[in-house]
Design a protein around this ligand. Structure first.
Ligand code: RFL
Ligand code: PHB
Length: 383
């Protein structure tokens, strides 16, 4: 088989890249380790930046997003006895949209099928060859047949655990692990809030998010080695009510349909290009979820890369040559913002640290420049 761009990984980054390249008449083949059903059902991110929404809309992926996505003007920032609304639209003129990664993935898969772009699911033994000269990718397909794709370019969109990153020789890696994790909960209950609540609490961080008018998403700060068996539904609702509670407000409860513990880390691996191999999304970087950046950053990488590869196929290599450096500027901005939100909101350290966190929270809601700085980063810098 031969293609212009072989894409390893059909998560949001890989699917969107193949979509954007397709619109420019560039052909690609997607290789995915999991089944399509598994990829589509993975419950992960929930918030789309203004620029992500605009990109999806401008590339023919806006119909269901516009009908079902919930536009939010801002967020609530909370600590005991205080809940403050930050109105991003008033502060910086941009909003965010609640539309789950499952839905983005579903729309991208439908667009891929409609356009007839090839994808191999349930593949194994994906191996990259000769990425600096004549790239190819070998793999075993779902029927157990050995296959090889020759390509001009290989793009690693295979997430944090994928094989592509290991084809970059001597990468420089920056990493931070955090002494806590999130217990993520999905529940069949209407959200008890109009917009997301990020809450600092002496017992640990809590968050109220949502997926639809009937489905709520919650997170609780727990330890990285937390035993999920210790978290009965009752215990979860009690902890959420305590940490999210303010006078005059009630948390509605309902059947919990999913719970899992998510590790938290910051990770950046550079460069994001080696010869004809490019990395995009979680394959190159991970952020803790507190700033809602992971999915949006994958989209930003891929938007940049699609433009750069298009120019390169038309004879202009200046954008591909600048890809790694340009992408990393946004990666580090988002890495800082996610680290900052995480550090401000999670209980860690001693009472001195707690006072610093509370001071920073008060500053953020009382100083317009401080509020604007959060809003600008959260709603997303222009693509
Ligand atoms: P993905 O989504 O991980 O997709 C990578 C794809 O590559 C496939 N793959 C392979 N394919 C072929 N051969 C191999 N050898 C392969 N190895 C791996 C995988 O099966 C997968 O389909 O990366 P991508 O596309 O870069 O997208 C990034 C986003 O998915 C990610 O940043 C966010 O989901 C991060 N994230 C969250 N971000 C948020 O903004 N808010 C959240 O609430 C949030 N929750 C989460 C998350 C990530 C999680 N992970 C990765 C553990 C919750 C979880 C559990
Ligand atoms: C989510 O809805 O899953 C979500 C929202 C905002 C975050 C993290 C996760 O910062």
């Amino acid at each position: 088989m031969r293609t212009q761009v072989a894409i390893v990984g059909a998560g949001p980054a890989g699917l969107l890249l193949s979509h954007l390249l397709g619109l420019e008449g560039i052909d690609s083949v997607l290789l995915e380790r999991q089944t399509a059903e598994y990829v589509q059902a993975r419950i992960r991110a929930g918030i789309l930046e203004a620029g992500t929404v605009e990109l999806l809309r401008n590339t023919g992926l806006g119909d269901r997003l516009d009908a079902e996505g919930m536009e939010h003007r801002g967020i609530h920032l909370q600590w005991p006895e205080n809940r403050h609304h930050l109105d991003f639209v008033d502060l910086i003129g941009r909003s965010v949209t609640v539309y789950g990664q499952t839905e983005v993935t579903k729309d991208l898969m439908a667009a891929r099928e409609k356009a007839g772009r090839p994808a191999f699911y349930s593949v194994s033994d994906v191996t990259l060859h000769d990425v600096t000269e004549q790239p190819s990718v070998s793999f075993v397909d779902a029927d157990g047949r050995a296959q090889r794709i020759d390509a001009d370019v290989v793009v690693g969109c295979d997430g944090f655990h994928g094989p592509s990153r290991t084809s970059v020789p001597s990468p420089q890696v920056w990493e931070r692990t955090y002494p806590f994790a999130w217990l993520g909960v999905l529940a069949d209950v209407a959200p008890s809030t109009d917009e997301l609540i990020y809450a600092w609490h002496p017992d640990g961080f809590a968050m109220h998010s949502m997926r639809s008018p009937r489905v709520s998403r919650f997170y609780l700060q727990v330890t990285p080695d937390e035993d999920i068996a210790q978290w009965s539904d009752d215990r979860i609702w009690t902890a959420l009510s305590a940490r999210l509670g303010v006078a005059g407000w009630t948390l509605e409860t309902g059947p919990i349909t999913e719970k899992s513990v998510l590790p938290m880390r910051s990770f950046v691996s550079t460069p994001m290009r080696h010869g004809n191999l490019y990395l995009a999304g979680d394959a190159a970087h991970i952020v803790p979820p507190t700033g809602a950046k992971g999915l949006n950053l994958a989209v930003a990488d891929v938007a940049l890369l699609a433009t750069a590869l298009t120019a390169s196929f038309r004879g202009d290599d200046s954008l591909v040559d600048a890809y790694s450096e340009t992408a990393l500027r946004r990666v580090w901005r988002c890495t800082h913002f996610s680290w900052w939100m995480t550090s401000m909101l999670h209980r860690h350290g001693d009472d001195f640290d707690a006072q610093l966190q509370l001071s920073q929270l008060r500053r953020t809601v009382t100083s317009e420049p401080a509020a604007r700085e959060l809003a600008d980063n959260y709603a997303g810098l222009p693509l």
